[in-house]
Design a protein. Structure first.
Length: 218
């Protein structure tokens, strides 16, 4: 259906943004990257616009922009291909486009993890400078918790349950797996295997766990 939309409205970046997201879900990462890069070109001269959300939050207020979502999902696509420099550049491009704390913690979480994977621990810590306990978080509680954990502001025992059967919990489990990556590889791998044994196959924590486990050089 999104391909039909592209055929009818080839200059509208929203169709590429949403088809790219669906490509991520079915593990066609190169196709997703192609769509997001096309969306980047098409949205260059457009004003930033709030994206209507099909999954209302507690306040029933959409929190993301089309431009921010394009960069965010392009970052994810590169992350899932484990291209750390390009993933980092994409997440940084969209970091401030949402204009609210939910977007800062979601993008900040991935930026931190990428820098840790690149061995840049000092830069990773600096990337969380704007994260604090008293942020106004509406829906990204799991990312907020993870960022506070990374900063040393939240004890491990206060984290949400980490498993692969709930999208939020799968995100926590993947964040913890990456947190352990540089110090306790056995614990990291145990969490990754737990995620992919769950049922949240279309969510990014699950797909990222798959990508890690499939990398023999990890």
């Amino acid at each position: 259906m999104f391909s039909d939309g592209i055929s009818t409205f080839p200059g509208d970046p929203r169709f590429y943004r949403h088809r790219g997201h669906r490509y991520l879900s079915v593990r066609k990462f190169d196709d997703a990257i192609g769509d997001f890069l096309r969306a980047v070109v098409l949205m260059q001269d457009l004003p930033s616009a709030i994206e209507p959300d099909g999954m209302p939050n507690a306040l029933n207020i959409p929190l993301t922009t089309t431009q921010g979502n394009v960069w965010y999902h392009l970052g994810l696509a590169y992350y899932l291909k484990q291209d750390w420099p390009l993933a980092l550049a994409a997440f940084r491009s969209g970091y401030r486009l949402g204009g609210n704390d939910d977007n800062l913690v979601s993008s900040g979480h991935w930026i931190y993890m990428i820098l840790r994977r690149m061995g840049e621990d000092a830069n990773a810590a600096e990337a969380l400078d704007e994260i604090s306990v008293d942020m106004n978080i509406t829906e990204n509680m799991s990312y907020h918790q993870l960022c506070l954990l990374y900063k040393g502001g939240l004890p491990m025992e206060e984290m949400m349950d980490a498993n692969g059967d709930d999208p939020s919990n799968a995100a926590v489990a993947y964040g913890l797996a990456n947190y352990y990556y540089n110090g306790d590889r056995a614990r990291s791998d145990e969490l990754l295997r737990s995620i992919v044994s769950g049922s949240s196959w279309s969510f990014f924590g699950y797909i990222a766990a798959e990508a890690d486990l499939a990398n023999p050089a990890r």
